[in-house]
Design a binder for this molecule. Structure first.
Ligand SMILES: *Cc1c(COP(=O)(O)O)cnc(C)c1O
Length: 350
C-alpha cells in the first residue's frame, strides 16, 4: 500500500492573479479601487503593538457587536471569520452533511465545487437559463443543501427576493446559504428573511464593498441556533481565527457608514457609465448589480482580448469554462481607470 492512498488530494481553487508590478490597471479580482474609510487608517496608526502579546478575543465581540448594531440584529445572530471564504468553508463543514447532493448553479463561484470535493460532499450543478437566470422550480428536487451567490458571480445577475424566499421556503429540510459578496452594489439582501426561516444563512464580506480584501473579514447572519452550530464547529477547529488587528479595524470600518455609502454609490455610477460605453462598442452583458460587468462581443474573441488587454497593462478575468468562455469579467475601477479601458477598446480593431 502507498501512503498516497491516505492523502486528501484536492484540486485547489485558482484565485485571480495578484501581479507584483504596480503600474497596471487591476480589474481582475473585484477589489475596490478606493481605500477603506479614513477611520480605519487612523485606527491602524494608533494600534498598540504591545497588545499582540495576548491572544485576541475568541468571541470577536467588538466586531460582532458592531455588525449586529449595524444590521439591527442581536450578537447571537452574527458569526465572523477570516473572509467569507473561511465562513463558507466552515458552513459547508457544519451544515452540509447529508448523503443527498448539495445544489448550486452551473455558472457560479468556482469555490463551491472545490469545498464539496475537499469535504467529499456529493453535489449537483443546476443549469442557469440562457440569460444566466435561476429557474426556481429547478430547486424543488431532493437535496442536502443549497448555495448560490446573489448577485451571482461572475455574471452580476441579481435574483429578486421572491425567488430567494421561494427556494428557502420550499427547502425547509435543508440549509440554504445566500452568498451576498456583492449585495451592496444594487441588490436587496435576504437578511430580512432570517427571522422567518430557520434554514437560511446569509453570508457577506468586507472584501468588495467595504474595500478591505487585505484584512480578511467575512460574516454570516442567521438565527441564533444556526450561528451556534457554526461557532461550535469553529471552536472545535481553531478558536482564534480573527486576529486583533482585523477585529479592531473591522469594527471601525462598520461605524463609518457615510464613507461606505459614498464609495459604493461611486462604483455604481461608474458601472452605469462604463456599461453604456460597452454597449456603444458592440458588447452585450447581463444587467449587473455587482462591482463588475460580465461582457461578451459577437466578433471579438474574449480569450484574445483578455491577452491584448493584459499586454497593455489592463488585467481582467477570463474563465475558460463551458458557456462562459467568450466572456470577460471586468471589475469596476475608478472613472479614470475605466476611461482608459474604453480608450483601449475604441482602438482595438475587430
Ligand atoms: C469574493 C467572493 C467571496 C469571498 O470573498 P472573501 O474575500 O473570502 O470574503 C465569496 N463569494 C463570492 C461569490 C465572491 O465573489
Amino acid at each position: 500500500m502507498d501512503w498516497r492512498e491516505n492523502v486528501r488530494m484536492v484540486t485547489p481553487y485558482v484565485a485571480g492573479e495578484q501581479p507584483k508590478i504596480s503600474d497596471i490597471i487591476k480589474l481582475n479580482t473585484n477589489e475596490s479601487p478606493y481605500p477603506p474609510s479614513p477611520k480605519v487608517g487612523a485606527g491602524m496608526a494608533s494600534l498598540d503593538a504591545g497588545l499582540l502579546r495576548l491572544y485576541p478575543d475568541p468571541n470577536c465581540t467588538v466586531l460582532v457587536d458592531a455588525l449586529a448594531d449595524y444590521y439591527g440584529l442581536t450578537p447571537e445572530q452574527v458569526f465572523v471569520g477570516v473572509g467569507s471564504d473561511d465562513v463558507l468553508a466552515l458552513a459547508y463543514l457544519t451544515f452540509f452533511n447529508s448523503k443527498k447532493p448539495l445544489l448550486f448553479p452551473d455558472v457560479s463561484y468556482s469555490f463551491y465545487d472545490v469545498w464539496a470535493e475537499l469535504y467529499r460532499i456529493p453535489y449537483q450543478t443546476v443549469p442557469l437559463d440562457d440569460d444566466f437566470g435561476i429557474n426556481q422550480e429547478d430547486y424543488l428536487r431532493d437535496n442536502g443543501g443549497i448555495i448560490f451567490p446573489n448577485p451571482n458571480a461572475p455574471t452580476g445577475v441579481f435574483e429578486n427576493l421572491d425567488l430567494v424566499e421561494y427556494i428557502v421556503k420550499n427547502n425547509s429540510d435543508s440549509i440554504v446559504i445566500i452568498d451576498e459578496a456583492y449585495i451592496d452594489f444594487g441588490g436587496v439582501s435576504a437578511l430580512k428573511l432570517i427571522d422567518k426561516y430557520s434554514n437560511l444563512l446569509v453570508v457577506q464580506t468586507f472584501s468588495k464593498s467595504r474595500a478591505m480584501a487585505g484584512i480578511r473579514i467575512g460574516y454570516a447572519m442567521g438565527n441564533p441556533e444556526l450561528i451556534k452550530y457554526l461557532s461550535d464547529a469553529k471552536f472545535s477547529f481553531n478558536s482564534y481565527t480573527m486576529n486583533l488587528t482585523s477585529l479592531t479595524l473591522g469594527g471601525l470600518a462598520v461605524l463609518d457608514d457615510a464613507y461606505f455609502k459614498e464609495i459604493t454609490a461611486k462604483i455604481i455610477n461608474t458601472r452605469e457609465w462604463f456599461g453604456k460605453e460597452l454597449t456603444r462598442l458592440g458588447f452585450s452583458y447581463p444587467k449587473s448589480c455587482a462591482n463588475f460587468i460580465f461582457a461578451t462581443h459577437p466578433e471579438i474573441k474574449a480569450a484574445e482580448l483578455f491577452l491584448k488587454l493584459k499586454e497593455s497593462g489592463i488585467y481582467v478575468r477570463y474563465f475558460n469554462q463551458p458557456r462562459i468562455d467568450n466572456y470577460l469579467r471586468i471589475t469596476i475601477g475608478t472613472d479614470e481607470e475605466m476611461r482608459k479601458v474604453v480608450e483601449f477598446l475604441n482602438k482595438y480593431n475587430v
